[in-house]
Design a protein around this ligand. Structure first.
Ligand code: 5RP
Length: 243
């Protein structure tokens, strides 16, 4: 479900460009997913060349990769500042005329609770994506991380809100996906989301919802890697969206 569309080259271009923003001494939030993995690998290469950074992983996956490429790890409670967070997205509103410009749906990898915590704590949050993620209106399902005891009552509440929730099933394991925090995920269809800010506030108010995948007003910029053989005006194969 999480990596359909987009080429590996486009994802790599975006990830590598975001990694160029990492400076010596930075504390960096390390998001989750295949596009962010390219950024983590690029940071790892810079570390091998002498760059000193500390990373805060947002999932088991990003932690493992960071360790593999030699990035020193830290935690949110051990630092005063997160200088930069780099993270992927499943959908991004790309419509400068809309108040929702830059709003994201995240959580394709079920890591959105920790991702939002770290991305929101950062001085600068850069999204990395391929062009398949851009849209003028959010219309993917919104993942909710829910306490295991809460999934039936949250399911009922989402129905009341006009949504269609589905408990995310694990692949190659019987039963549901269990997040790194020990919770379950409900993927909730709301159709085209006219007012993401309002829906985000409503979902945040539902007891038992640990976090939802709508990221409103959090991103500072998006690096969109372009497909192989294409390039923007400066020929770098990258488009930049600022918010
Ligand atoms: O939100 C996420 C994980 O919870 C990911 O950042 C999102 O699913 C994008 O992944 P990818 O870069 O593999 O397309």
């Amino acid at each position: 479900m999480k990596t359909e569309g987009g080429t590996p080259a486009a994802k790599r271009r975006a990830g590598e460009r975001a990694a160029e923003e990492v400076e010596d001494g930075f504390v960096v939030g390390l998001g989750t997913g295949s596009t962010t993995a390219s950024a983590i690998e690029a940071i790892g290469e810079a570390v091998a060349d002498g760059l000193e950074v500390q990373g805060i992983p947002t999932s088991f996956q990003s932690r493992q990769l960071a360790l593999e490429v030699g990035i020193q790890l830290t935690t949110l409670e051990a630092v005063e500042t997160v200088d930069l967070a780099i993270d992927g997205a499943d959908q991004i509103v790309d419509d400068p005329g809309s108040s929702a410009h830059g709003t994201l749906i995240k959580g394709g990898g079920a890591a959105h609770a920790r991702e939002k915590l770290v991305d929101a704590a950062a001085d600068r949050f850069v999204v990395v994506a391929d062009p398949s993620k851009l849209t003028d209106r959010l219309e993917r399902s919104v993942p909710l991380e829910v306490l295991p005891d809460a999934y039936t009552v949250v399911t009922a509440r989402v129905h009341e809100l006009g949504g269609e929730p589905t408990l995310r099933e694990a692949k190659r394991k019987d039963g549901p996906v269990v997040t790194d925090n020990g919770n379950l995920v409900l993927d909730c269809e709301f159709g085209a989301i006219a007012d993401p800010e309002e829906l985000a506030a409503t979902l945040s108010s539902v007891p038992g919802v640990v976090e939802h995948g709508l990221f409103v007003d959090l991103a500072d910029a998006t690096y969109v890697g372009l497909e192989e053989g294409t390039g923007d005006a400066d020929g770098e194969g990258l488009a930049v969206r600022e918010y």
